[in-house]
Design a protein around this ligand. Structure first.
Ligand SMILES: [Ca+2]
Ligand SMILES: [Ca+2]
Ligand SMILES: [Ca+2]
Ligand SMILES: [Ca+2]
Length: 359
């Protein structure tokens, strides 16, 4: 609509012979004149395609990663991007990113919280979203953060990003399928502690309530002494940054009930703080935790990662028919359990993930 407004303003100024410095603020008389001249027939509405679009909007992304002229993202904003005229000149190590790519830059400050969300507006796309650093105008093909959770589909890609170091970063909008398309990028800068749960924030409430910590991460604890708790629905919990903190003391068991929505590509990520020498078991069970079976047509995936993001165990049969992870830990620290559910995309998968912490 921006282009249409530009054209109409130009038309009004020309028709009225506007002198320099004269501002036309009321197009009403002109509209009535135009309508009269057309014998009462209103003009056909302009559509975007009628307007020359060879001048990109100022917030258009750059074609090349590392371009020092790339638009600088500062605060929250929404950007409509068209990569059809751009080139597929960048790729991420070990990932299919053959589509045309586009780039923004931003100054990341260590510890700040960003959330990026990319949706395809054109059909047949497979968006891929990543953050890379550049040196001397050359971007590293090893991303600082990367997301292609929906690898075979048009599903949105999004992630929380906390810069590990302060510096200039490039945000890449790419695609697993060749060619370009139209996308909508949302950049969100939530403020933890303002009492408002913003897009990208798992929660934002008083830590004294015991459901949300001071970093706006969801706390999962046995608050009602039933041995069971539930994942609040509809929250961001699919990266280590957004992981839900499972509070299970040595010798205790906690059943965490959750749901992977129908067709959802994203994992549910849990964090557990464990001392040296602890043993952690995480087993996937049915919705009522009565049996070690997934919902019909669904299969679970499990990974145990350390704080550096290295996979130290993957799910397997525990010998008693349960799919799970059972790991002794030498080093103390925060560990992450990634649960994914694949299968019938037409209905949600309800699960219980049982955490057992043995000293
Ligand atoms: Ca590419
Ligand atoms: Ca490009
Ligand atoms: Ca994708
Ligand atoms: Ca907030």
């Amino acid at each position: 609509m921006r282009a249409r407004n530009v054209v109409e303003t130009w038309f009004v100024a020309l028709a009225l012979g506007a002198a320099p410095g004269c501002m036309v603020v009321d197009a009403g008389p002109l509209e009535r004149l135009r309508t009269a001249a057309d014998a009462g027939m209103p003009d056909a509405p302009l559509v975007l395609e009628d307007v020359p679009t060879d001048v990109p909007p100022p917030e258009a992304p750059a074609d090349e990663c590392g371009d020092p002229e790339a638009f600088l993202l500062i605060g929250s904003g929404t950007y409509d991007i068209d990569t059809t005229g751009l080139n597929p000149d960048f790729s991420i190590l070990g990932m299919a990113t053959g589509g045309n790519d586009a780039f923004y830059q931003f100054d990341g400050v260590s510890g700040q919280f960003w959330h990026f969300h990319l949706a395809a507006l054109s059909p047949g796309r497979n968006p891929v979203l990543y953050v890379v650093q550049s040196s001397g105008g050359v971007c590293s093909s090893s991303p600082v953060a990367v997301r292609n959770a929906c690898t075979m589909s048009e599903g949105d890609e999004h992630f929380a990003f906390v810069p590990p170091t302060t510096g200039r970063y490039y945000l890449g909008i790419d695609d697993g399928n060749a060619g370009g398309g139209r996308y909508r990028l949302q950049v969100i800068r939530p403020m933890c502690g303002n009492g408002v749960q913003e897009h990208g924030e798992p929660c934002d409430e008083d830590p004294m309530m015991g459901r949300c910590d001071s970093m706006c991460r969801i706390l999962l604890a046995d608050l009602d002494a039933t041995g069971t708790t539930s994942v609040p629905p509809g929250r961001h919990n699919d990266t280590a940054t957004e992981a839900m903190i499972v509070q299970v003391a040595a010798g205790d068991t906690l059943d965490v009930r959750g749901t992977v929505p129908a067709g959802d590509c994203y994992p549910d990520v849990f964090a557990v703080d464990l001392p040296a020498g602890a043993r952690i078991r995480a087993t996937a069970r049915n919705a009522t935790s009565t049996a070690c079976v997934a919902e019909m047509g669904v299969s679970y995936g499990l990974e145990l990662q350390n704080a550096a993001g290295s996979v130290i165990a993957t799910g397997g049969n525990d010998g008693m028919g349960c799919f799970g992870i059972d790991q002794m830990l030498t080093n103390p620290g925060r560990y992450f359990v990634w649960l994914s559910a694949t299968g019938d995309p037409s209905r949600p998968a309800n699960y219980t993930l049982r955490f057992e912490h043995t000293p």
